[in-house]
Write a protein that binds this ligand. Structure first.
Ligand SMILES: NC(=O)c1ccc[n+]([C@@H]2O[C@H](COP(=O)([O-])OP(=O)(O)OC[C@H]3O[C@@H](n4cnc5c(N)ncnc54)[C@H](OP(=O)(O)O)[C@@H]3O)[C@@H](O)[C@H]2O)c1
Length: 293
């Protein structure tokens, strides 16, 4: 277990952070790591009772006050009130972690209009709503940092057409805002997790044994931990991130580079014969090392 702290306890002293979806999974671990490094942390998600209980549990565990707020990131009025509440309680907002989000696994042709709209409005528009509210109310005049939690977008993500489109949009938005708002002292980056053993994985309609099998598609042959992701966020929030903006930090054990879980059915008569005429006098080529026939 990677439980040994790697950042100083006071690295983020004086920093006020808001983590959406901070009551569960990756968000809760981000909250723990930021608080452990001395930040004052606010968490927000939709269900008042659930976020209050999570804030209480984290406060007890960490021995500091973690503030809980009920807010739906899709609702701009609620998001503006959320940011106002953070500023009212803590007087500043230095770090926004747009982690709240979600999706469902589905072949593209089975995604309903409602399902598409829900995933885009949560993961893309929700990120915009929170970022814009934080910048309007505080960061535009005082600077700050935004870390957006995305996913593997650079290759493909079959089964997640809606979410990969939303997250790629967030990554493009992040790069663009990093330019537009550089002069305001606002640094924006993304952390793109691969397969992470988090509570979010329990929400998919598969057994944990089936989910565990997916690790075979990861070069490092294991799921990432929530701490793997939280440390990347903390690094970007601290002095390590002072000269980093507009980037995507991928935390995926190499998953994006290799392997896939989406079976593409073979057409009839597959594989077609390869009929390549030898060059005059050509020796048969050796099988390259590592090539699976
Ligand atoms: N686990 C992975 O392998 C993985 C990989 C790549 C990306 N991610 C992304 O990383 C983030 C965290 O994932 P996780 O695994 O920790 O899953 P999770 O436990 O399901 O976390 C999602 C959080 O977002 C909140 N949320 C959802 N919709 C919201 C809304 N409209 N307004 C406010 N809060 C909302 C949820 O709380 P409520 O439902 O109570 O609102 C929940 O706390 C998600 O964006 C996820 O898609 C995860």
């Amino acid at each position: 277990m990677q439980s040994k702290p790697i950042f100083r306890d006071d690295m983020l002293a004086g920093t006020v952070a808001l983590v959406t979806g901070g009551g569960t999974g990756i968000g809760a671990e981000v909250c723990r790591e930021l608080a452990r490094c001395g930040a004052t942390v606010h968490i927000a998600s939709r269900k008042a009772e659930r976020i209050a209980a999570a804030a209480r549990a984290l406060s007890d565990e960490l021995g500091v006050t973690v503030h809980g707020h009920a807010a739906d990131i899709r609702d701009r009025d609620q998001v503006r009130s959320l940011v106002a509440a953070v500023l009212g309680a803590s007087g500043r907002l230095d770090l926004l972690v747009n982690n709240g989000g979600g999706q469902f696994l589905s072949p593209a042709e089975a995604i309903t209009d409602k399902g598409w709209d829900a995933v885009i409005s949560t993961n893309l528009t929700g990120t915009w709503n929170c970022t814009r509210a934080a910048v309007d109310a505080w960061m535009g005049r005082n600077g700050g940092r935004v870390v957006n939690i995305t996913m593997n977008t650079r290759r493909t993500f079959p089964g997640m057409a809606h979410s990969v489109a939303a997250r790629a949009g967030v990554e493009a938005l992040t790069r663009t805002l990093a330019i537009e708002w550089a002069s305001k002292g606002i640094l924006l980056n993304c952390v793109a997790p691969g397969l992470i053993a988090s509570s979010g994985m329990k929400r998919y309609p598969f057994s944990l044994d089936q989910v565990a099998q997916l690790a075979r598609h990861v070069p490092l042959k294991r799921y990432g931990t929530v701490l793997d992701v939280a440390r990347a966020v903390a690094w970007l929030a601290g002095p390590g991130g002072d000269y980093v903006t507009g980037q995507v930090i991928t935390v995926d054990g190499g998953r994006e580079l290799w392997g896939d879980w989406w079976a593409i059915p073979d057409p009839a008569g597959f594989p077609p014969a390869l009929d390549i005429a030898p060059d005059p006098g050509e020796e048969p080529p050796p099988t390259p090392h590592g090539l699976v026939p």
